[in-house]
Every structure is written in C-alpha cells, then in structure tokens.
Design a protein around this ligand. Structure first.
Ligand SMILES: [Zn+2]
Length: 84
C-alpha cells in the first residue's frame, strides 16, 4: 500500500483517497464537441515518471489536494492543499 501525506490529516493509506484526474488539465471553455469533452473528461496521458494529480481524501477529511509523485517509484515528492 502506498501512503499519501494529507496536509490536514497526516500520512494515510492510499485506500482512503479517490483519484480526481491530472492536475494540469484545463476544462474546455465555450461550445465543444463530444470528442473534445470526452478527451478532457476521460482520456489520461498515463505517462511514466513525475505526475501532478488531484486526489480527494474521501475517507478522511473530505478535502482535495494536489500530489506530485513518481508513478514508477511511487515516491511522493510534494502534496499541497487545493483550497487551503
Ligand atoms: Zn485529510
């Protein structure tokens, strides 16, 4: 099990968190096609290495955080609150 450092609760098992997507993605503005919306909503780069991700501490404080981690080594490099 991997552990994530929640800024409010401390170090917790990853089973308490829900993945919320890539942190760098921007919601498309204006009128978009179904394909553009699907690309935003469902497609992930899923690259190897460092990633910035959104996580919800669903079984804890219920707050959102951004985690920078290495998807190969599972090292958590940084964690910060989204709405401090
Ligand atoms: Zn928490």
């Amino acid at each position: 099990m991997q552990q994530f450092p929640c800024p409010w609760c401390g170090l917790r098992g990853d089973g308490e968190f829900r993945y919320g997507g890539d942190a760098g993605k921007r919601r498309p503005e204006g009128s978009v096609s179904a394909e553009q919306w699907a690309a935003y909503r469902f497609y992930r780069a899923n690259g190897k290495g460092r990633a910035h991700e959104l996580w919800l501490h669903a079984d804890g404080c219920g707050r959102w955080l951004e985690i920078e981690r290495d998807t190969l080594s599972h090292e958590v490099i940084a964690a910060r609150p989204l709405n401090p």
